[in-house]
Design a protein around this ligand. Structure first.
Ligand SMILES: C[S@@+](CC[C@H](N)C(=O)[O-])C[C@H]1O[C@@H](n2cnc3c(N)ncnc32)[C@H](O)[C@@H]1O
Length: 282
């Protein structure tokens, strides 16, 4: 368990984030098993005719970049899991925004995997990362809560919108919400938005997390309880807010963020530790 990161009072300024990982993907989850299975099929079928080699999956790329060290800061399960989402885009000139670079390991994997695409990696702290040999990477200092900075990055590096946005930065709910509100409108129709490590909301060691709270069902007399109150700390509250956005037309009148339009999400898949949203084509 990492030390609790320092959170500056009353500002959305620097949050020194340790590398954290919530529940690793894999194990019993059916969808994750499906994703792994699809990636196995890809591998055994020779995969695509990519210039980086047939059948080279994200995990293959991760292994080849660092053969001696074993797993990267992002466990291989994550790459296996992303394979079916990413492989249809692999040959395209995509725009990928990675929020939270740390030592650049995942950024390098995405760079090699999407050789025809461009990766913009942002972080609050710029580290001495050797990105020579990764010419399609742009590494920038930016706070994930800074709307002006995020807008400028989008205009400069993805004027037609991002194809993939991955938030693996502070894992603080309000910060991730701000990032989402700033950059989701910059995602192309049909694009993919990923939130990693939302389980920090269940950690009482995390700045905005808290031990799981079981709320009693509101008492009722002959009536169905209307409210089933649930744990909503930090990233967990953020993910549950995303569910309100996924509700689309079932919310009569204004939804939580009317500027996102009436049907922002085509789908929202919630997995242990990770959420994958597909933006509506409309
Ligand atoms: C979990 S690490 C990223 C790991 C990387 N994506 C990987 O898989 O190798 C989180 C990173 O987010 C950065 N970070 C924390 N708070 C941030 C913020 N408010 N804005 C931007 N980056 C932030 C930290 O400096 C850290 O490098």
């Amino acid at each position: 368990m990492p030390d609790r990161p320092a959170l500056e009072n009353d500002s959305f300024g620097p949050l020194e984030s340790a590398v954290i990982r919530a529940t690793p993907l894999g194990g019993e989850n059916e969808d994750v098993r499906m994703a792994s299975l699809q990636s196995d099929i890809l591998r055994s079928s020779g995969g695509t005719s990519s210039p980086i080699g047939p059948g080279r999956t994200l995990v293959d790329v991760a292994r080849s970049l660092n053969p001696s060290r074993g797993e990267f800061s992002k466990p291989y399960d994550f790459y296996d899991f992303y394979e079916p989402y990413f492989s249809p885009l692999r040959e395209r000139d995509i725009r990928f925004l990675e929020v939270g670079v740390y030592e650049g390991e995942s950024t390098k994997v995405f760079s090699r995997y999407f050789e025809r695409g461009s990766i913009v990696g942002i972080d609050l702290q710029i580290r001495d990362i050797d990105f020579r040999g990764f010419k399609n990477v742009t590494y920038l200092k930016a706070n994930q809560t800074d709307g002006d900075a995020l807008s400028k990055i989008a205009v400069d590096y993805a004027p037609d919108g991002f194809d993939i946005i991955l938030d693996d930065a502070s894992h603080v709910g309000y910060f991730s919400l701000l990032t989402f509100l700033h950059v989701f409108p910059r995602l192309k129709p049909g694009g993919i938005y990923i939130v990693e490590d939302w389980g920090t909301g269940y950690w009482n060691t995390w700045p905005d997390g808290g031990s799981f709270q079981r709320f009693p069902v509101e008492s009722y007399q002959g009536e169905i309880p209307k409210r089933l109150i649930s744990h909503d700390h930090g990233m967990v509250g953020f993910v549950k807010l995303l569910v309100d956005i996924a509700a689309g037309g079932d919310i009569k009148g204004e939804g939580p963020f009317p500027n996102l339009g009436p049907h922002p999400f085509q789908s929202m898949n919630v997995y242990p530790g990770t959420v994958v949203i597909r933006k509506s084509e409309r």
